[in-house]
Design a protein. Sequence first.
Length: 255
Amino acid sequence: MTERPGNPKPRMTRIVKDKAIINALGFPGKGIEYSVQNLKKHNAIKSRIILSISGTIEDEIVECIKLANDFTSAFEINISSPNTSGLKIFQEPSRLRGLIEVIKKHTKKPIIIKFPPWNSFLDNKSEIIKMIETSLNSGIDGMIISNTHPRESKKIKIGKGGLSGKPIFTDTLKMIREIQAINKGFADIIACGGISSANDLWKVLASGAKAAQIYTSLVYEGPRLPSKINNDLIVLMKLAGITKLSDINGDPPKI
Ligand SMILES: Cc1cc2nc3c(=O)[nH]c(=O)nc-3n(C[C@H](O)[C@H](O)[C@H](O)COP(=O)(O)O)c2cc1C
């Protein structure tokens, strides 16, 4: 809601050889009023803006929704940053259900939940699947699978952060395939974690995702990356003889 300093620095480190990042930013920001002023300036492209909101207090999240409701096309609720103390309260299914219900009272815009990752190393799959089932039963419109993976690092002041970038892509793909089994088309899946090329995008779309979110590959490759990925995907689709994203299936064709 109000301005936040985030975690103490250093709070980000690049692992260049792996095209990865570990960050523990802890949501530094200028607050919702400042963000809403920015959103107002971009009202002409509102239909392409999804606002990401996170927080540890239900009332604060609701206040952000109320203030931003007219200036965005959908809300992403991030309950999965590993770097923000207190955020885990919304990973408890009844708290999550309550949060979604109260948000729905204040907006008709689509609600997308950004979930934490799971894998055999984290040993948390059943816990996260419960969160996802609760959210689907509460009528969410989309889910982001998933976020950074918790990792210890001596280069980060607080000693740990979230790993992002290429090393987490295999897990992203696996999670999407597992989620498709329980989702049954109720909510759209947005793939997130290590996506950096049209080949990666093809694989997540073929596994059931409807769209993708990228961050670390943008840091390494620069702002032209999204249009390069889109153009390369068109080339792959032409090679495969298809014209619709929903027809993407199997492995990407070899160039
Ligand atoms: C420096 C940095 C800051 C981030 N800040 C946020 C954030 O404020 N909210 C959020 O939901 N995710 C945040 N993320 C996570 C990314 O949105 C994304 O979920 C994650 O990095 C995995 O995708 P990637 O491998 O494409 O980076 C951040 C990631 C990085 C590297």
